[in-house]
Design a protein around this ligand. Sequence first.
Ligand code: ZN
Length: 324
Amino acid sequence: MAKATWLAGVDVGGTTIKLAIFTEEGDFVKKWEVPTDTRDSGHNIPKDIAQTLHETLQLMDADFSFLKGIGVGAPGFIEVETGFIYHAVNIGWKNYPLKERLEKETSVPVFADNDANLAAAGEMWKGAGNGAQNMLCVTLGTGVGGGIISEGLVVHGAYGMAGEIGHITSVPEGGTPCNCGKTGCLETVSSATGIVRLAMEKIQTQKEGALYSLFNEKGTLTSKDVFDAAQQHDTIALDVVHEAMYQLGLAIGNLANSLNPNVIVIGGGVSRAGEYLLKALHPHFNRFALPKIAEETTLRIANLGNDAGVIGAAWLVKQNSMRR
Ligand code: ZN
């Protein structure tokens, strides 16, 4: 039997499952993806993962015995010790024993965690975190995902709910309803969706400028349109970027005061605004963080893109196999 040295990383999303095989050092051996079969409450997914892993290993003259473990990230609430998924809305899993099912299919140890936590771990290990042992990762996409790394480990809290940075309350009274059931969460303001919503609100009343014209032309807007227009000094866009970055700076400033990270990594689609985003965010962060913390903390754009999840999943295997 071959010595099990490879790490498998799997990132289960609502439309695709991303997979990769890594060396123990975290270098890619192979990377691919398959569609997510959400029929039948996602019941076929462990079989599909086992099948595609098996086929890919075979192409490399290998088999499951080459794998040290399989790390899996999924969106939703996960009990990390047991790999039990309470609820993963986009996938269909509810009270689903993911670890147990996938171990049965592969006979390889399986470790699971929330996808935002694993994206943070990925950025820590191989990305913008650059090995930082204390790190926050905020993913600005359709929603706002968060992961907290403290002293080299993902923080889970009592029920695995830690790191839900997107649901920090930014607008205590009269805020917009959030998917979580509350109102005024950071996610309703600083996500791609939140940024577009703020822009649409302003366009209804101000009806002028480049962003307004673009909306009339396209009938729709993206967060990229807003950032692009802000860089061209459009008044509405500048206001929206200011509001989104003010709320993000307030949230991460407060978090930094509690957690004292070395690095705060900003990822997700909105982070493609890059240096411009950091420039807009910095003054707010500096205002709300303690002076010493503002001075010492580095704000950085994520650099692993869509690979962060599978890399973090491989890190999870490495982490667990070192512990055993
Ligand atoms: Zn919320």
